[in-house]
Design a protein around this ligand. Sequence first.
Ligand SMILES: [Zn+2]
Length: 142
Amino acid sequence: MPTRRFAILTCMDARLDPTRLLGVPKGSAHVLRNAGGRVTDEMLQALLLSHQVLGTREWFLIQHTDCGVHLPDADLAATLSNKVPVITALMPASFPALTAAVASDLARICQHPQLPAEIHVFGYVYDVRHNQLLEVQLPREE
Ligand SMILES: [Zn+2]
């Protein structure tokens, strides 16, 4: 069992050490990784499993600048993602687009019909160059 009851979803980029980023010891969190740290159906199932079976209560989503799997702009990513599903894993390159990707993925988690009420979800952009974690808020309800 992860001792801090954390689950972290982040990019598979080898430069990222997610437990160190959050300042928690190894073994204190589940770490789920894919290209970009994007929220997919599969990752949502893994997060729910992490809660149901191993009791995680706080979920951290961390995407980052200078990601190796980026596309030059968000519009192109959106266009391609309609045609090639795997492209949804690719990251936008600009900082505002990256922040928007985290916000949109946070919303996807929070809108999941099976999301347990006791789960707290946090989203971050990790700025690789400045070694900083920047929190991203959930988009406001319309
Ligand atoms: Zn990456």
